[in-house]
Design a binder for this molecule. Sequence first.
Ligand code: AMP
Length: 220
Amino acid sequence: MAMYIVLLGPPGVGKGTQAKILAQKTGLPHVSSGDLFREHLKNQTDLGRLAQSYMSKGELVPDDVTIAMVRDRLSRPDCESGAILDGFPRTPVQAEALEKMLAEFSAQVDVVPYISAPDEVLVERLSGRRTCRAQGHVFHVRYNPPAKEGVCDYDGSELYQREDDREETVRRRIQVYREQTAPLVSYYREQGKLVEINGAQPIEQVTQDLLRALEQVETS
Ligand code: AMP
């Protein structure tokens, strides 16, 4: 399947979880700007340190460095026939940069599933979320618990709570989403690419709805 998919939606709605499932089902790479920043942080790069100063407060990392990082990732051969973008674009400037980047590869954003859920659901999901140190697999203490507490089912690494998943930061992230990222909903709706998905449903149901949305793009 050759396709560039942008998963749009507030923090905690399940973009990362669904992106990982879709990556397995479609063979497309999962490109998460948040994971890329966390990787830089783990490797103690200058970009990692810069990103951390924004991430820990729930603010967005500046567009120029974010765009350069994603451009670099999308230029790798595994993204040649598409990618599942999670957490990027997050501002109108990033959306325009993505369009230009893909045009360079004679490609475009094919579909934008917009996953949404009420704020209470987001806060509960984020504050109960646990993330795997090695590869960023995500679990939830109540809704998606690992087989063994504190241990990733997939690679056995430690599960931890992201600093920005603490409640105070979670509220700021949702506010930042409303101010800076929500305008992308109408941007992609006007382009006829938006497909609305109810993210308050169980994981399997959301996946079904997403797969149906992708099939429609393939056959259209
Ligand atoms: P996420 O893992 O998608 O929740 O992202 C975690 C944090 O990384 C965000 O709160 C931002 O500080 C930063 N970040 C991730 N993606 C972007 C982006 N596209 N633009 C700016 N900052 C980002």
